[in-house]
Design a protein around this ligand. Structure first.
Ligand code: FES
Ligand code: FES
Length: 170
C-alpha cells in the first residue's frame, strides 16, 4: 500500500486492517495523532485524509490506500506556523496539548472550507473533539481569530503574557 503523508510518498508494510493511527504512530513514527479513546469518541487521533478530518483510530489503512494524509506537522513548522497554529498559541488554546493536533486539523479543514468566526459554526466543526483542560472557550476564540485573519505577536505571547486579557489584567 502507498500513502502520501505530509507530502512525502510512503510505502506501508502494516497488515491491511491496521488502523491508520497505528500505521502513523508505530510504522511511520509520526506521533502527533494521539490514541485517546481508540473508539471514535474523542477526536485526538484526527488527521486529514484528502483534506477532510477523519478519526484515524477507526480507519483500516487499506481503506485509505493511495490517499493524501496530513498530520499537524504538515500544516506548519515551528518557524512558520499555520494561521490556526499561531492563533492557538496566542489565545492559549492548548494546555496539556494531548487533544491539540486533532483540534488543529479539524479547525484547519474548517477554515480551508471557508469557515467564518461564527461561534456556532466553529462548535459544529469541532463537535466530538474532547478537551480535558481548556473548557473550549479559548479554542473557539483561537479558531475565530484565525477565521478573521487576525495577526499575532507570538514573541509577546511566548514570553508568558496573557495576551487574551486586558492590559489591566496583566
Ligand atoms: Fe480516535 Fe479517540 S482515539 S476518536
Ligand atoms: Fe489538555 Fe486539551 S489541552 S486535553
Amino acid at each position: 500500500m502507498k500513502l502520501t503523508v505530509n507530502g512525502v510518498a510512503r510505502e506501508i508494510e502494516s497488515p491491511l486492517l491496521t488502523p491508520l493511527l497505528a500505521v502513523l504512530r508505530e510504522e511511520l513514527q509520526i506521533t502527533s495523532p494521539k490514541a485517546g479513546c481508540n473508539q471514535g469518541g474523542c477526536g485526538a487521533c484526527t488527521v486529514l485524509v484528502d483534506g477532510e478530518p477523519r478519526r484515524s483510530c477507526l480507519l483500516p489503512v487499506a481503506a485509505v490506500n493511495g490517499a493524501e494524509i496530513t498530520t499537524v506537522e504538515g500544516i506548519g513548522t515551528p518557524e512558520r506556523l499555520a494561521p490556526v497554529q499561531q492563533a492557538f498559541v496566542h489565545h492559549y488554546g492548548a494546555q496539556c496539548g494531548f487533544c491539540t493536533p486533532g483540534f488543529l486539523l479539524a479547525a484547519h479543514a474548517y477554515l480551508a472550507h471557508g469557515g467564518t468566526d461564527d461561534r456556532a459554526g466553529i462548535e459544529e466543526a469541532l463537535a466530538g473533539h474532547m478537551c480535558r483542560c481548556t473548557g473550549y472557550v479559548k479554542i473557539i476564540d483561537a479558531v475565530a481569530a484565525a477565521a478573521r485573519g487576525d495577526s499575532f505577536d507570538l514573541s509577546t505571547t511566548a514570553a508568558g503574557r496573557f495576551t487574551t486579557h486586558t492590559e489591566a489584567a496583566r
